[in-house]
Design a protein. Structure first.
Length: 117
């Protein structure tokens, strides 16, 4: 049984930082691409950042230079370091595991990030 659990969300002031974690079990973590997505109220879910099994990264334009995605295959965890947070970063952040050529993917339950003074 595959489980994907995000953590690390919370309330932070504009300009502050948070680090999100995504831990997976029941799966060959190192073989999967890890993606962070977010969904704000009334908006569609959007890709924030992705890291492949070979640790290649890609970022949405609106987080480039502020967010950093990383992974630690030894503890089956991916991270999203978020700096210089803005109110428009407020959303539920989700983690997704996927593999090229495989239709089945796995999502976590999400963690709320609120940026407000």
């Amino acid at each position: 049984q595959v489980q994907v659990v995000e953590s690390g969300g919370g309330l932070v002031q504009p300009g502050g930082s948070l680090r999100l974690s995504c831990t997976a079990s029941g799966i060959i973590f190192s073989a999967h691409t890890m993606g962070w997505y977010r969904q704000a109220p009334g908006k569609q879910r959007e890709l924030v950042a992705v890291i492949t099994s070979g640790s290649m990264t890609n970022y949405a334009y609106f987080v480039k230079g502020r967010f950093t995605i990383s992974r630690n295959n030894a503890n089956n965890t991916a991270y999203l370091q978020m700096n210089s947070l803005k109110p428009e970063d407020t959303a539920v952040y989700y983690c997704r595991l996927s593999r090229p050529g495989v239709s089945r993917d796995y999502w976590g339950q999400g963690t709320q990030v609120t940026v407000s003074s």
